[in-house]
Design a protein around this ligand. Structure first.
Ligand SMILES: [Zn+2]
Length: 144
């Protein structure tokens, strides 16, 4: 299994996002005891994006292993929207400002692809994301 050392900023962010609790069992944990879990497993193509890592106690991390959580799409969208709100998802090399982008991203309703990169969709836009950065987006008339 690939071991990742997340940036301290990201680690602190998820620790506080989870309310200093384990994402899975809600047990209170100390910062120094937290382990990082890739919510959608790396072994299935999950990424290191901030919305795919959660704060977990050691026990849950070991129990979860490489399992895929039921309803994972709904949860990933929630984590993604939270990251957008908290300005952890930004555009790179796009023709719109981050402020405009944020406005569009907050309308995201589904996750289309997870493997290697994330693709999220709103009613009219498709966003391509890598390393928590939107590197491409396009207008699609009525995806639904
Ligand atoms: Zn736990």
């Amino acid at each position: 299994m690939i071991k990742m050392k997340p940036r301290t900023k990201d680690k602190l962010y998820i620790y506080y996002r989870e309310g200093k609790k384990c994402f899975y069992c809600s047990k209170k944990i100390l910062y120094k005891q937290m382990s990082i879990d890739h919510f959608y497993p790396l072994s299935s193509g999950g990424t290191h994006d901030i919305f795919n890592i959660v704060c977990s106690c050691k026990k849950c991390n070991e129990l979860k292993e490489d399992k895929i959580v039921e309803n994972y799409q709904k949860i990933i969208i929630e984590l993604f929207l939270k990251a957008v709100e908290d300005d952890f998802v930004k555009g790179e090399g796009l023709d719109i400002s981050n402020k405009e982008l944020k406005y569009l991203l907050l309308d995201t309703v589904r996750v289309k692809n997870i493997s290697e990169e994330f693709i999220f969709e709103s009613m009219n836009y498709r966003f391509y994301i890598k390393d928590s950065k939107v590197y491409k987006y396009n207008y699609v008339s009525s995806i639904i």
